[in-house]
Structures are given as structure tokens and as C-alpha cells.
Write a new protein. Structure first.
Length: 259
């Protein structure tokens, strides 16, 4: 069984009584109760799959969603996030740069989500590196983190997910070319950061968090703690985000006697 994720220092810390519930999701989610389902791997040695899957709205207990929502870092200085730190809805994406369906989401859906919801302050998107397809995926994940050290993560993300980009591989020279394309100014620093222990640790923490909630395929998402798996159509994300925003608005209204 994968090692449960250690919570980020900036994340909301669950109470000690509820921690077992969160870590128990490894079993619950693997059983499919929240919609993260294991699929046949696309590579012989891959521990997870690059397969589109169904969204889910059902779940055993609303408190579980609260625990999962607490995985949002909401750190204004997070280089691998975009949108207001206090946005009512947070979408966490667990993805691999060699995942074809992750690329489809990045090209076809994410830009529209940014235009509709990030720009108006409704949505925050937080990226988690979840490399599951071997050494090239690991290298690309570390490189994306390194690009983020120079505030170019999202530009690197766009370059790495451009049509046909993954077919060119993620060797050292290719990653340097992607960094240059993304506007990374100090390429020597980028190379050092990519190979650093800090990059390795950051990627490890993201991956442990993904395995800790039972995610086994890419892309996998949490939208205010509610799981959604696969590169779903735009309408699925729209409904999930708007439902989450409405729920947050209702909670706010209930807590304000003036409303």
C-alpha cells in the first residue's frame, strides 16, 4: 500500500481524531467509492494509468470532502498555483507531463477555466506533480518545479503540454529547450534547480499526497475536496466548479445574519 501523504506545512491540519479517516481513503478511494479507479497501465512498468475516467458526485461522508479540501495549500507564494489564495473554489490537479489526457486537459479545458473562473476570482488552480511513467516523467516534474523558482512554471507547463511536445521526450537538452521557450532567464540556475535535492523532495511530497488519497491515474482532480478523474468535458468541470462556488456562497450566507 502506498505511504500516506504528509500534509503540507501550509495546509489545514486535520484533528488527530480525524487523521485516520483521511488516511483511510487509500482504501475507500481504491474501492471506487469516490470515483478514483485503478485502470490498466499504458506502460508495462507504470504503477498507474493514463486513462479517461468518470466524474463522481457520490461519497460516503461529507466530512471526508472537508478533509480532502484541506489539502489545498492556499499559499499566495506557491509558484505552482494560479488564482486568488482566498478563492471560494480550489481545483487541485495531480498530473504527469507524459500523460496524453493531462495534455488534452491542459490544451482544451484549462485555458477556458482560467478565463471563466480564475480571472474573476472564483477559482484557484493548484498543481501537484504526479509522475507515474518513469524517469522521464520524474525529470519533467523536477524541471517544472525549477521553472517555477523563476516564476515560469505555467509557461513551462504550456510548452511541455503543447501538441506533439511529449513525443520529443524529456531529456536534459529538451528540458532546457522547453525552459528557454518558457522564458526562463537563468538556464544554468534552472539546470541546478532541476537536479537539486529540493526539487526531488517537492516532487516526492506531491506524489505521496496523490497516492495518499488513493489516486492511481492521471489526471486526477479535487474540486473543493470532491474527486473527479480523467480529462472530462468542459461541462463536467463547469458544473463541479459552479456547484462548489454555490455551496460556499450558501455557507457564507448561513453564517451572516445580515444575509
Amino acid at each position: 500500500m502506498p505511504t500516506p501523504a504528509r500534509p503540507s506545512p501550509s495546509a489545514k491540519k486535520p484533528s488527530s481524531a480525524r487523521k485516520p479517516m483521511l488516511f483511510g481513503l487509500v482504501v475507500v478511494l481504491a474501492a471506487g467509492l469516490l470515483g478514483f479507479v485503478s485502470y490498466r497501465a499504458t506502460a508495462p512498468d507504470a504503477p498507474a494509468s493514463d486513462t479517461p475516467a468518470a466524474a463522481t458526485t457520490a461519497g460516503p461522508d461529507p466530512e471526508i470532502y472537508e478533509e480532502l479540501a484541506g489539502l489545498a495549500r492556499r499559499d499566495a507564494g506557491d509558484k505552482l498555483a494560479q488564482g486568488r489564495a482566498d478563492a471560494p473554489v480550489v481545483l487541485i490537479e495531480y498530473a504527469d507531463f507524459q500523460c496524453g489526457y493531462c495534455g488534452k486537459f491542459a490544451r482544451d479545458t484549462e485555458p477556458e477555466l482560467i478565463k471563466r473562473y480564475v480571472e474573476d476570482g472564483t477559482l484557484r488552480i493548484e498543481w501537484r506533480n504526479f509522475p507515474i511513467f518513469g524517469e522521464a516523467s520524474e525529470a519533467a516534474a523536477r524541471a517544472s518545479w525549477a521553472a517555477g523558482r523563476q516564476d515560469r512554471f505555467w509557461a513551462f507547463h504550456r510548452a511541455a503540454y503543447a501538441e506533439g511536445a511529449k513525443e520529443k521526450g524529456f531529456g536534459k537538452e529538451r528540458l532546457r529547450a522547453l525552459a528557454r521557450q518558457a522564458g526562463v532567464k537563468d538556464l544554468d540556475r534552472f539546470a541546478r534547480d532541476t537536479d537539486s535535492a529540493a526539487a526531488t523532495e517537492a516532487v516526492r511530497e506531491d506524489r505521496e499526497q496523490a497516492y495518499g488519497i488513493g489516486a492511481t491515474s492521471t489526471p486526477s482532480f479535487l474540486i473543493n475536496g470532491r474527486p473527479l478523474a480523467g480529462a472530462q468535458p468542459m461541462a463536467v468541470f463547469t458544473e463541479a466548479i459552479e456547484d462548489a462556488a454555490a455551496e460556499e456562497a450558501n455557507v457564507g450566507s448561513a453564517g451572516d445574519p445580515a444575509k
